[in-house]
Ligand binder design. Structure first.
Ligand code: T46
Length: 135
């Protein structure tokens, strides 16, 4: 789907464990202005329900698993994240929902800009009317 893609992150593993480094513009396709993480989410809870006008993000489930539904009015995909060396890139104009958080799931998000509520489209009908003009 346009503006969505799974990314393999390089992982260094040895008998002492594993390590994944992430360098802005090298390992992910933007400069990182903000990092946040989502945890303590009950299994029945669904979050998200919005798109962004300009924001680029990479989502990494660093512990446990979570499902991410992405859609753009025409296409819909479901990505399961359950591997700390795998990311899901989501660019602008993509509706997203996060659900099926496992016990102790931690969803780490790298974002290309500071928090700005004005960048969110939180109403699905508004999103559909905007995205139809965009694509
Ligand atoms: C996204 C998905 C994957 C802040 O004050 N600063 C922040 O950087 C963020 C991300 C949130 N907030 C506040 C805004 C709300 O009062 O934290 C509260 C919960 O945010 P929200 O309901 O937007 O959380 P999610 O899980 O629905 O969405 C979040 C991100 O907001 C969003 O950009 O793509 O994770």
């Amino acid at each position: 789907m346009f503006n969505v893609g799974k990314m393999k992150l390089k992982k260094f593993s040895d008998e002492y464990g594993s390590l994944v480094p992430i360098e802005e513009t090298r390992d992910i396709p933007f400069e990182i202005k903000r990092v946040y993480y989502i945890f303590d989410v009950e299994e029945a809870v669904r979050r998200g329900f919005h798109s962004h006008n300009k924001l680029h993000q990479v989502l990494i489930c660093v512990n446990g698993s979570v499902k991410i539904l992405v859609q753009n009015g025409e296409e819909k995909e479901i990505h399961e994240l359950n591997n700390p060396s795998e990311g899901l890139y989501i660019g602008p104009k993509v509706w997203r929902e996060m659900y099926d958080f496992s016990d102790h799931a931690v969803l780490l998000v790298l974002a290309s800009d500071y928090f700005d509520e004005a960048d969110y489209v939180r109403n699905y009908d508004t999103y559909l009317s905007q995205v139809n003009n965009f694509y």
